[in-house]
Design a protein around this ligand. Structure first.
Ligand code: HEM
Length: 434
């Protein structure tokens, strides 16, 4: 039976909160989750319910739970949620077993939190003399379609020539150190990381709670290296939904890989069974993530004419139609655009057919001390191989894109995102450490 209905029993059993009496977060999960699970069972039996992580369809409502288990990690093909908290971690222990224990603990906590349940014994259920297992700020909130997507950076495999955890020979060739691109102005403090967790949810507090609790569980073994909050998703994986706008006011995500496009996902996003055999094949079903903190020079942009703004992208600001076209989803005619137009340069026809799945968020982190907003796009892109994805695309954009006058890349990281967690005995990174 699916975990959600087990939890109903557990809630009543341990009595750690008022779930039985009031419609608290746990109770809502119980009922909402049980409803979802029963629906899934009715549709296709228990197996369908347990492997629902493969199903990119959005949850019934924005408060629902996205299944944690499946062939692929949730948070990639999943319909993009409204909010993001992304964290990169440095591993501070050099003990392989301690790291493995942490990954197991993280996985268990992630499974609970994505189902809308508190970590461990909860915020109020444990010993009065000890700090609670859960920090508590999500107790009365719905699951909010929380997804937690885990990744592994190049430095976990090797740092300063050292094979830290005996996994150096398992580093996939596709997990390259990104080259320096023209115009990069990267801050070390906002770049890299041994591990990452991307938390996406429709409620920012749910996303922040998840990262906070994972960081707390990891105390003494990992430390947050940098983190980024995001709002206003800048890409959609659901083409039939309203396309969101970025901080420059343009629709963003019009031509993205849809979460329902299985063929495109298999071709461009998921690592295949035959890929990376040299590294042991542990990445099959996974993906590679590139994260870039891209500062957008809002004040300069806001003094730029509408014509120039539209020329920069090669699309109209209102409708989002490509130059010479009427509607947002009309196929672009690239030659009608300026050779420096972002869409022309980023289009697959200008890049030997390359496609990536974009899943970025806007950010505004106060001001920079010079009266300018520290705002931009936290660019997140998933692909089957960065060498045939972000790298050639960004080489092209960094050299020629008219947008470069208005943006600057200030943070960068790349991660191998392993396949999904298959069930209760599986954990993040198990195949890597096997
Ligand atoms: C702040 C930086 C950026 C902004 C504001 C931006 C904005 C946009 C906008 C408005 C579109 C048109 C709508 C759409 O199809 O989604 C677009 C398309 C696209 N962008 Fe960006 N973008 C940025 C950075 C990047 C980067 C770094 C890459 C990859 C290296 C990239 C790759 C793409 C791709 C692949 C498309 C779709 C092209 C097509 O198939 O027509 N963008 N972007």
């Amino acid at each position: 039976m699916a975990v959600e209905s087990e939890d109903l029993a557990r809630t009543a059993e341990d009595g750690t909160d008022a779930a039985a009496r009031t419609p608290s977060r746990r109770a809502l999960i119980g009922w909402g989750g049980a409803g979802l699970a029963l629906g899934a069972v009715a549709a296709g039996g228990t197996a369908a319910a347990l492997t629902a992580g493969d199903d990119p369809a959005p949850a019934a409502d924005s408060g629902g739970a996205v299944p944690f288990h499946g062939a692929h990690q949730a948070g990639i093909a999943t319909a993009v949620q409204d909010r993001l908290h992304f964290a990169a971690f440095d591993v501070t222990t050099d003990d392989r077993e301690a790291l493995i224990d942490l990954l197991k603990e993280w996985t268990a906590a992630a499974a609970r939190m994505t189902a809308g349940r508190p970590v461990g014994e909860g915020a109020v259920g444990g010993l009065a003399e000890a700090p609670p297992d859960d920090t508590g700020e999500a107790l009365d909130l719905k699951p909010s379609r929380l997804t937690l997507t885990f990744g592994i950076g190049p430095t976990l495999f090797e740092k300063k020539g050292e094979d830290r955890f005996g996994i150096k020979d398992r580093r996939p060739e596709a997990l390259i150190d990104l080259p320096k691109f023209p115009g990069d102005n990267l801050e070390a403090a906002r770049s890299g990381g041994d591990l990452c967790v991307q938390a996406c949810a429709d409620d920012p507090q749910v996303a922040v709670h998840a990262i906070r609790n994972l960081a707390r569980i990891g105390f003494g073994k990992v430390a947050v290296r940098w983190s980024q909050l995001g709002f206003g998703k800048t890409s959609s994986t659901t083409p039939d939904a309203h396309t969101p706008r970025n901080m420059f006011g343009f629709k963003d995500g019009t031509r993205n890989i849809a979460g329902s496009d299985g063929a495109a996902l298999d071709k461009h996003v998921w690592v295949g069974e035959q890929d990376e055999k040299g590294a042991g094949g542990w990445m099959a079903g996974g993906s590679y993530l590139v994260a870039r903190r891209i500062r957008m020079h809002i004040e300069t942009w806001d003094r730029t004419s509408l014509k120039e703004q539209e020329d920069v992208f090669g699309r109209s600001k209102g409708e989002g139609a490509a130059v010479g076209r009427q509607k947002e989803f009309d196929a672009p005619h690239l030659k009608s655009m300026l050779p420096t137009a972002h869409v022309r340069l980023a289009h697959p026809d200008s890049n030997s057919g390359i496609r990536i799945l974009r899943r970025g968020y806007s950010f505004t982190d106060g001001t920079d001390g010079l009266g300018r907003l520290d705002a931009g796009l936290f660019f997140l892109a998933y692909q089957r191989d960065v060498r045939d994805g972000f790298v050639p695309l960004q080489k092209n954009l960094a050299r020629h894109d008219a947008l470069n006058e208005y943006i600057q890349h200030v943070g960068s990281a790349v991660f191998a995102v392993p396949p999904g967690v298959r069930g209760k005995d599986d954990w993040w990174g198990r195949a890597l450490f096997a």
